[in-house]
Write a protein that binds this ligand. Structure first.
Ligand code: IPE
Ligand code: IPE
Ligand code: MG
Length: 260
């Protein structure tokens, strides 16, 4: 497959380094076809495979996918248990391919909320790919942005209690460093499929300056082309990080002159 010129022509630095996706719309996709919701989750696995493959080929450093939120336990028992079974199945089936692709898989979330069987599978998958040097694939499962910030707060409080830190030492970096995945970089591009315009408690800390991309496409219909469209939209945007547009343009000009 060839990539659109908008992407191949761009300097690598203008591609997002870290992309996060709220994979939404599986249930509606299934309902539209008269199928049960779980059929949508199963169909969504194909989109995961495609997006992982394109992201890795593009040289994106990290991809973080929202698979199951802390709030998704509120769904009917039958859907929750079907999702858990699917998670087990997919982990077992896909891990070898990820490993061969030099991808490092990590799960972020309250893993202890899962069955012992699933926890073991997760640990095995993470260990198998731990030394891989290609793209980092984070799967957020039993994850909530507020849970993550609460975890960091707890860790910092423990360090203060033990005398390792004082309250005067606390900066933004202290919080980043004490998050469950403390080497996770900020999100450059956050994609949400399924048409809703909200973040649903995903990566609240890391999306501070993320570019947001919402698409009505339902997750099982989100293919390579749809992903590349999102990347192209990111590439065309000017990120200002609080500066003025003029400042950004003059810095970009300076850096392109020094690179010549
Ligand atoms: C996202 O699809 C997958 C999970 C939350 C596990 P949904 O199941 O939320 O699909 P819709 O939003 O109901 O269509
Ligand atoms: C967000 O989707 C969670 C995942 C994609 C895993 P939801 O479908 O749970 O979000 P809400 O409930 O519509 O906000
Ligand atoms: Mg949904």
């Amino acid at each position: 497959m060839t990539l659109p010129d908008t992407i191949t022509d761009s300097a690598n630095q203008s591609l997002p380094e870290h992309v996060a996706i709220i994979m939404d719309g599986n249930g509606r996709w299934a309902q539209q076809r008269g199928k049960i919701r779980v059929a949508g989750h199963k169909a969504g696995v194909v989109s995961v495979r495609q997006v992982v493959s394109v992201a890795s080929r593009l040289g994106i450093k990290s991809l973080t996918l929202f698979a199951f939120s802390s709030e998704n336990w509120r769904r009917p028992e039958s859907e929750v248990s079907a999702l858990m079974e699917l998670f087990m199945l997919v982990l077992g089936r896909e891990i070898k391919k990820l490993h061969e692709g030099n991808i490092r898989l990590r799960i972020v979330g309250a893993i202890d909320g899962f069955s012992q069987r699933l926890q073991k599978k997760i640990r095995e998958a993470e260990t198998m790919t731990a030394e891989n040097t290609g793209m980092v694939l984070n799967i957020a499962a039993n994850y909530g942005g507020r849970w993550e910030i609460a975890q960091a707060t707890k860790k910092i409080a423990e360090k203060i209690e033990s005398g390792e830190l004082t309250s005067a030492d606390i900066t933004e970096s202290t919080i980043s460093e004490n998050l469950p995945l403390n080497d996770m970089t900020d999100i450059d591009l956050l994609i949400r499929t399924g048409g809703d315009h909200r973040v649903s408690n995903f990566l609240l800390w890391q999306i501070a300056y993320a570019e947001l991309y919402f698409t009505p496409v339902l997750w099982p219909d989100f293919n390579e082309e749809a992903f590349l469209e999102a990347i192209a939209s990111f590439v065309s945007r000017e990120r200002r990080f609080g500066c003025t547009g003029e400042q950004i343009k003059s810095w970009l000009n300076q850096s392109s002159e020094t690179n010549q």
